[in-house]
Design a protein around this ligand. Structure first.
Ligand code: ATP
Length: 295
């Protein structure tokens, strides 16, 4: 978990389209090296939030500070410190993978500092996103998942201090997903890159994020670690076991006490004990249902 300085500071952010409020009083922060996941149902306002933070969309009200600047008025030097991976990106079909990354990277060379050498070496970057064997291919010949890995490479070629990832692993196979997770953890841990990602994959959020912010109907309904969020909701664990050849299953709020009592009463006649704690998915669904009921 990061202890670095504040990189993202959002307070009272509002966005209104006509008379439709799509963001209402959104307030959160992220520190250097922190991985933050923005979760929420379709239409909750995730993309709108990150587009405002990226400087691609003007907000209606509120204060936004990203790497010390207001993105609505930030300059090219600021943009060079920010990496963006959008939901979809279609261009450059005739370019080859390594060639494109080397070309895009050259635009960042003048933004190198003593602390951050820019850009990322093209061969190292191609290897980091698992595209070495496709480095010489034309982009239009890549598969969907390979194209997505290239999108990630394009987002980080300038060695950003802050990286926005909008549903980054949509279309990834399990191996690519695992490698991508390792890459994001490595960017955060070794390079102190701050990462803000949106995803509908709750296992991904649980695995990757130091903190989770849940948006619903344009409002933040929860902000904390997966464990802190779980404590907001009185979740039920599932306990299963076998005794005398019979299978049993119960739901309980305190599976540790339940298992202790089970062994106290039945000793080693209990076998095949399984405890399934409530997952981030259970917590998330309960939070969203609760927010919808109270709306
Ligand atoms: N240009 C626009 N004009 C009017 N309304 C918009 C515009 N862009 C987004 N909206 C509305 O703002 C709300 C939030 O949209 P947004 O794309 O931020 O949601 P999201 O959480 O990213 O959803 P998803 O998970 O489906 O990608 C939605 O109700 C959407 O219809």
């Amino acid at each position: 978990m990061s202890t670095g300085h504040t990189v993202l500071d959002v307070e009272g952010l509002r966005m209104r389209y006509g008379d439709n409020d799509v963001l209402r009083d959104v307030t959160f922060r992220a520190r250097q090296g922190e991985v933050l996941a923005l979760l929420g149902p379709n239409g909750a306002g995730k993309t709108t939030t990150i587009e405002i933070l990226e400087g691609f969309r003007n907000r209606s009200a509120g204060r936004v500070d990203v790497l010390g600047s207001d993105p609505a008025h930030a300059d090219e030097g600021w943009r060079a410190r920010v990496g963006v991976v959008l939901q979809s990106w279609r261009d450059h079909g005739k370019w080859r993978v390594r060639e494109l990354l080397a070309h895009l990277g050259s635009c960042y060379a003048c933004y190198s500092t003593d602390r951050v050498a820019r850009p990322w070496d093209a061969d190292d970057l191609v290897a980091a996103v698992g595209l070495t064997e496709h480095a010489g291919k034309k982009i239009r010949t890549l598969s969907g998942g390979q194209r997505r890995r290239l999108d990630v490479a394009i987002g980080i070629v300038g060695r950003p201090e802050l990286l926005f990832l909008d549903e980054p692993t949509a279309g990834f196979d399990p191996e690519a997903r695992r490698e991508f997770h390792d890459l994001v953890r490595d960017l955060a841990a070794r390079h102190e890159t701050t990462v803000l990602l949106t995803t509908h994959d709750l296992a991904e959020a649980e695995k990757l994020a130091d903190r989770i912010v849940v948006l619903d109907g344009g409002r933040i309904i929860a902000d904390g670690t997966a464990a802190e969020l779980a404590r907001l909701i009185a979740g039920q664990d599932e306990v299963r076991w076998v005794r005398d050849g019979r299978a049993f299953e119960v739901s309980t709020a305190d599976s540790t006490a339940f298992a202790f009592d089970l062994f106290r009463r039945y000793g080693d006649t209990v076998t095949d004990l399984e405890v399934r704690r409530s997952s981030l998915e259970d917590t998330y669904l309960a939070l969203v249902r609760k927010a919808e009921v109270s709306r």
